[in-house]
Design a protein around this ligand. Structure first.
Ligand SMILES: [Zn+2]
Length: 464
């Protein structure tokens, strides 16, 4: 088993006491953290003991991380990886205008295009500190091949811990929904494919690199019957539930007209609140809705950049946190959030909360909590990831703070949250390096960028 020792670094553990060390160490053995604390790493008795036990195959790597801040790897709780291939379109539109413009683009994507988009999106997530991400894939073109498998292959290639959800849409425009009829599936097809995906891919073990979820898309693209049956399927299989909810004022009007209630009341009536459910956006919530989410333990994936890009509104995160609602951060799909940087989303969350609610609406450490322990809780992984503690999985971000943009900032956590996104000295997932010196080591960034450029040129060529 290999051992990696980080030393001489500032550390924000995000453990139960939120312990921080101005200069400390983290020791990783195999896939797990074995020691975290102030000062130098303990003299390598433990390491040499392991060396003796493990024989000649043992390796010990020491990293002098002077000038760096070490945090838990960041957790992304809402994304649509395939949208990397449709960035920059409908750049000044409302959500419903944007969706209507993009459905036909997405309907033309096949497994090869989705796999490439996912590799690019996952690579950029890693470059911005993410070690675990969910994906919400809900467009399954009939001639597109196995697009879900393409995202899973991409995640294994990049090396991120992956929580894909099998998404779905069964309410086309002819039945009163928003998407065109040719991008929706039948309820039976969806439920069968979802069951199969869970059976093939879901790994419930503690060190799992892949756990499935079930994620019908939204109230205006999915029938109530599919919502109910999806929840029953997920609970039988022991996997989590996810959907978009209360994103825009237009959706509120849609729910009032069609169902005679608010979005939260609607999903409550379908059995869709609970501690195994997390909702993307949840921007338009009244006090009663917040109380109901808190009482049921339902989580919220806060996506402040996407909400800004689409002018959706400002999620009431301070009120959610005060009520005890679990909240994580999401970059959301790259088509509504071209930056797609998870570390930048921490800054965005703090800025939006303070702009709306005053200077004390969210501390820099609360913002970092959303991206670490908060996200881990939403994905049901709080026992495995989200903080740096002995026994937890070695998902670790090492941020370089001694360069021009950050050198001299008094508080390293403030430097990370309020400064520009810092370079990553190292990013570990399950103890394995994914990023070193701000470059992906698992895939070739230039090759991926060139392939994305070629794909975009081909699409523009075929459209003209
Ligand atoms: Zn979304």
């Amino acid at each position: 088993m290999s051992t990696l020792i980080l030393e001489n670094c500032a550390i924000a553990t995000m453990d139960g006491q939120r312990a921080e060390h101005a200069s400390g160490h983290v020791v990783v053995s195999g896939a797990r953290i074995t020691a975290v604390g102030p000062g130098p790493a303990p003299s390598p008795d433990g390491a040499s003991g392991a060396l003796r036990a493990g024989g000649a195959a043992e390796t010990v790597r020491r990293v002098d991380a002077s000038g760096c801040l070490v945090t838990p790897g960041l957790v992304n709780t809402h994304h649509h990886l395939y949208q990397w291939a449709s960035r920059g379109m409908a750049a000044d539109a409302t959500l419903f205008e944007w969706l209507t413009a993009l459905y036909p683009v997405w309907a033309a994507m096949d497994a090869e295009a989705v796999g490439l988009a996912a590799t690019a999106a996952l690579g950029w997530l890693a470059r911005t500190g993410c070690t675990t991400t969910m994906d919400h894939h809900y467009v399954f073109p009939r001639a597109g091949g196995d697009v879900l498998r393409a995202t899973i292959t991409a995640a294994a290639g990049v090396g991120l811990r992956f929580h894909p959800t099998r998404g779905s849409m069964d309410l086309g425009v002819s039945a009163g929904g928003l998407p065109p009829d040719d991008v929706v599936e039948s309820r039976d097809e969806i439920l069968a494919a979802t069951q199969e995906a869970i059976e093939e891919f879901h790994d419930p073990s503690p060190e799992s690199m892949l756990r499935m979820g079930v994620a019908p898309c939204s109230p205006f693209s999915v029938t109530g019957a599919l919502m109910v049956e999806s929840a029953e399927l997920a609970r039988r299989a022991g996997v989590r539930l996810h959907t978009h909810l209360a994103e825009t004022a237009d959706e509120q009007v849609y729910c009032a007209e069609r169902f005679g209630c608010t979005p939260v009341e609607y999903v409550d009536s379908l059995g869709w609140l609970g501690d195994d459910v997390w909702l993307a956006h949840a921007v338009h919530l009244d006090d009663a809705a917040i109380a109901r989410l808190a009482a049921t333990g339902t989580g919220v994936a806060h996506c402040p950049s996407s909400n800004g890009r689409l002018g959706a509104g400002v999620c009431r995160v301070p009120a959610l946190l005060a009520a005890g609602v679990p909240v994580g951060l999401g970059v959301d799909g790259a088509a509504s959030q071209e930056a797609s940087s998870l570390v930048a989303e921490i800054r965005q969350a703090a800025m939006v909360a303070r702009a709306a609610g005053g200077p004390r609406a969210m501390s820099v450490r609360q913002a970092l909590e959303l991206a670490t322990v908060g996200g881990a809780r939403l994905l049901g992984r709080e026992d495995d990831i989200g903080s740096l503690e002995p026994g937890k999985l070695a998902d670790i971000a090492v941020w370089r703070l001694d360069g021009l943009p950050h050198a001299g900032i008094a508080d390293p956590v403030a430097a990370l949250v309020l400064g520009v996104p810092p370079p990553l000295e190292l990013l570990l997932v399950n103890g394995n390096p994914v990023v070193e010196r701000d470059r992906l080591v698992t895939v070739d960034e230039e090759q991926v960028a060139a392939a994305v450029r070629a794909g975009a040129s081909a699409r523009l060529g075929s459209a003209s």
